[in-house]
Design a protein around this ligand. Structure first.
Ligand code: C2E
Ligand code: CA
Ligand code: CA
Length: 519
């Protein structure tokens, strides 16, 4: 069937589409979740940097307070003031040491008492803060030094790097935070480096303190988005998967429905894609066209012209053959009636009918309408019955056949001899013609036994007073044999193949011209 005459790319597309439709909500959901997570991380990163900056400001507030208290003492003898220095270390949280500076020299320290070390103001960023990579007491251990000056006097307090490391680890362990003071910066591992920290891969942020000259840089590694999505949105994700699966199943179901043979045939019926093809039937003797068998073709939009063997069996099985044939009969009347004058009187027009039609009195109306389209006596309508589906001889069928005969419709038994019920059919329905199946015709020229069967069929029909049509006549030997045995009509490729309505009418016209010329 054309619905199974597969159009490969289309078929592949159909099997991919449900997956795409299923993946779409998941992909969209993931995208939205990704955007949401990125935004969330940006604000988290800003909040973290802000909180760490506030914590370091709090630490520096202590260092600054200690230095302010001590500044007025700078220039006084160290021995007098060293206790005051130590008191500030004790009283102020985070302050590790305090020192006094006078005229560019650090001369008094809470650690050592009197001391001497030159102070270089340029070491301090904006003259205030110096992030050191250790000093003589704790080399390699970070230290933040706070300094205030007034004229020749200065006070210096130091903060242990451990407090800074704690501050940088204050929040989410995935936060990548660093402290930048002028040309130096310190990462969470407590290493002090020169330069600027590399920007974070994700949600890079930077907060500069408004009170002290330092900046906190923050952000995350790239993998943090996925981590956040997994931890924060598992329910949403599960919902998306369910939605995706539902969309995929719905799409699959719709596609299946749309591509089911029944739907496809119905669509074709509504689109008028079933068209009549015509194969002439010739009479004995002069082989003039004396009739035609109407054969259905499916003019499929993608597959082209489809042979009936591919769709009639299904249409018969589904019962759709009934409306299809009704349409075929009506279309045939439409195309042939305007050219009725080209046909001989009693021109046979034969349609193939299946058992389903015989339960339906509507067939009678269809035949009546068909005949009414032609001048009286111009066409002889014939219905060919096959044995593919058995006709139940009910009251309805008897009434139908009686009605058909009254209308002058002929009944032919198609493919005669191939089924088991042929003889029963002959008895039950008033059959007018037998159509000898092409398998018997092809026996002509074969062995004697086969010919004997053919001869018996011909003899039987003449004894029963039935007309006889031989189909599948392909060569002259068959034609001549059948002619010699008084077979009334012949049909086959030797005379003509089934053809479109236009070709058939053209051929009828040509035959008419020949006849006119002969007279
Ligand atoms: P069928 O009724 O026996 O029709 C004759 C088939 O034999 C046609 O095939 C015709 O093309 C083919 N044929 C004619 N002459 C020769 C020949 O010399 N040699 C060979 N090898 N074949 C020949 P088609 O048109 O393919 O139809 C096949 C079958 O489909 C028909 O067999 C008929 O049973 C069914 N069919 C066609 N149209 C209709 C229809 O409108 N309704 C129903 N129910 N069945 C149909
Ligand atoms: Ca037939
Ligand atoms: Ca046949």
């Amino acid at each position: 069937m054309p619905f199974s005459v597969k159009h490969r790319p289309l078929h592949r597309w159909r099997s991919i589409l449900p997956w795409l439709v299923g993946a779409l909500p998941i992909a969209c959901g993931l995208l939205v979740m990704h955007l949401q997570a990125t935004r969330e991380l940006q604000s988290r990163s800003e909040a973290s940097a802000q909180r760490v900056a506030s914590q370091i400001e709090r630490i520096l507030d202590n260092a600054s307070r200690a230095a302010r208290v001590l500044l007025p003492l700078a220039g006084q003898p160290c021995e007098d003031e060293k206790l005051a220095l130590r008191e500030q270390v004790t009283r102020r949280a985070f302050v590790r040491s305090t020192n006094l500076e006078y005229r560019g020299e650090l001369y008094c320290s809470s650690l050592f008492g009197p001391y001497s070390e030159p102070v270089n103001g340029h070491d301090y960023f904006k003259g205030v803060l110096w992030l050191m990579d250790g000093n003589s007491v704790t080399p390699g251990h970070p230290l933040l030094v706070y300094r205030i000056t007034e004229g020749d006097r200065g006070a210096i307090s130091t903060v242990d790097g451990d407090h800074l490391i704690d501050a940088l680890h204050l929040l989410d362990e995935d936060d990548h935070l660093s402290l930048q003071v002028g040309p130096h910066w310190m990462s969470q591992d407590g290493k002090v480096r020169t330069g600027t920290p590399p920007p974070a891969e994700l949600a890079a942020t930077s907060v500069t303190s408004s009170y002290y000259p330092f900046t906190i840089q923050g952000g995350y590694e790239q993998g943090k988005v996925g981590k956040l999505m997994r931890s924060e949105y598992p329910v949403l994700f599960a919902l998306m998967v369910v939605l995706g699966a539902m969309a995929a199943v719905t799409c699959y179901w719709q596609l299946r429905r749309a591509s089911s043979p029944r739907v496809e045939l119905q669509r074709a019926l509504e689109a008028g894609e079933f068209i009549p093809y015509f194969q002439p039937v010739v009479r004995q003797g002069d082989y003039r066209w004396s009739g035609v068998e109407v054969l259905m073709r499916w003019q499929h939009p993608r597959e082209g012209l489809v042979s009936p063997d591919l769709f009639i069996p299904y249409a018969e099985h589904s019962g759709q053959i009934v409306p299809m044939t009704r349409q075929l009969i009506a279309r045939t009347a439409e195309v042939l009636a305007p050219h009725a004058d080209l046909m001989d009187d009693n021109f046979h027009v034969a349609f193939n009918i299946t058992a389903d039609h015989c339960q339906d009195m509507a067939l009678l109306d269809d035949c009546r309408t068909f005949l009414a389209a032609f001048p009286e006596g111009r066409v002889l309508l014939t219905l060919e019955l096959t044995e593919r589906k058995l006709i139940n001889a009910t009251e309805a069928t008897h009434a139908l056949f009686a009605g058909l005969h009254e209308l002058g419709v002929m009944i032919a038994l198609d493919d005669f001899g191939t089924g088991q019920s042929s003889l029963a059919y002959l008895r039950q329905f008033q059959v007018d013609y037998l159509k000898i199946d092409q398998s018997f015709v092809s026996m002509i020229g074969g062995d004697a036994l086969s010919l004997h069967i053919l001869d018996s069929i011909i003899e039987l029909s003449s004894k029963l007073g039935l007309g006889i049509v031989a189909e599948g006549v392909e060569n002259e030997a068959q034609r001549d044999y059948l002619n010699r045995h008084n077979v009334d009509f012949q049909q086959g490729y030797l005379f003509a193949r089934p053809m479109s309505a236009e070709a058939f009418i053209q051929a009828l016209k040509a035959q008419d011209l020949v006849q006119v010329a002969n007279h």
